[in-house]
Ligand binder design. Structure first.
Ligand SMILES: C[S@@+](CC[C@H](N)C(=O)[O-])C[C@H]1O[C@@H](n2cnc3c(N)ncnc32)[C@H](O)[C@@H]1O
Length: 269
């Protein structure tokens, strides 16, 4: 683990607001219903079984590291799926928080940047399924690597979630603008790929015009590097942003104008 990340984690742990002294009713309610560990994890069993299988999967896929400003030109290598699963997949606890958020606010217009093997997408899709059953929803997830996306598609199919996910293959730099054109507004914008300052700010500003008062933008790995933390701090200061909740592993951004501008840090583990 990188020293910067570890130092930031310790700092976060020591400086996080204790829930008993949390003064914002909105964030207190958010914490109680989405962040606080839920007892009923039985409903997540099928998705977690998929994760377990991916972590044992010895299949080899073609892979290119899609770094900053990628137009998918980086050299292709081979990767074993279980290694990708270990490196990419969000811990169950964090994916379950995202699931609970989608469920609580009955969000339906959702974009995820970075499908990878599809585990968090399954959590999002299952929240949509639970909220709406057969109603048409609008969840799009984008992944740049063909073989990786194909594995995600298999997870959606195996878990009967395909009809709740619109999976797009391609570079965010090209596909995001096209996808945004098909949305009138965004409820959830989840950025989980291309963790650079420049890309993060670019995606934030591209999606911002479609945010509404009750939207949430979720940024992964805000302490991954100094530059990612810089992006997070700048997003917090944006004039359209009213509340943020820093859960260390992910940062939540809200636009609720009826409430004071406030920034919270809460412990997840
Ligand atoms: C951390 S993983 C996503 C994990 C996934 N959201 C989850 O929680 O299960 C990031 C993914 O984003 C993809 N990615 C990164 N940069 C990209 C880009 N510029 N265009 C398309 N995909 C990209 C990578 O290939 C990788 O699969």
């Amino acid at each position: 683990m990188k020293l910067y990340y570890l130092k930031k984690f310790i700092h976060h742990y020591l400086s996080a607001t204790l829930i008993d002294v949390l003064h914002s009713p909105f964030v207190f309610d958010l914490y109680q219903t989405t962040v606080k560990k839920q007892k009923n994890s039985v409903k997540f069993k099928a998705i977690e079984n998929s994760r377990t299988n991916l972590l044992k999967n010895n299949e080899i896929v073609s892979y290119s590291d899609l770094g900053a400003g990628s137009n998918i030109l980086s050299t292709e290598t081979k990767k074993v799926v279980k290694h990708l699963a270990k490196a990419h997949l969000k811990p169950a606890r964090i994916a379950q928080i995202i699931h609970q958020i989608v469920l609580k606010y009955k969000y339906k217009n959702i974009i995820e940047l970075g499908t990878s093997l599809g585990i968090t997408a399954c959590y999002i899709a299952s929240a949509i399924k639970e909220s709406y059953h057969f109603e048409k929803t609008n969840f799009t997830t984008i992944e740049g690597i063909h073989d990786v996306r194909n594995i995600a598609l298999k997870q959606f199919e195996a878990l009967n979630l395909s009809k709740y996910v619109n999976s797009i293959e391609g570079d965010f730099n090209e596909k995001l603008a096209i996808v945004l054109n098909n949305y009138q507004s965004i409820d959830v914008f989840f950025v989980d790929g291309n963790h650079t300052y420049e890309a993060t700010m670019e995606y934030f500003y591209k999606a911002l015009p479609l945010a509404h008062n009750n939207s949430v933008f979720i940024f992964d790995d805000i302490y991954w590097s100094l530059r990612m933390t810089k992006a997070w701090e700048e997003i917090k200061q944006d004039k359209n942003v009213f509340q943020t909740v820093d859960l260390f592993f992910i940062g939540l951004v809200f636009f609720r104008k009826e409430q004071n501008r406030q920034h919270f840090k809460l412990r997840v583990f």
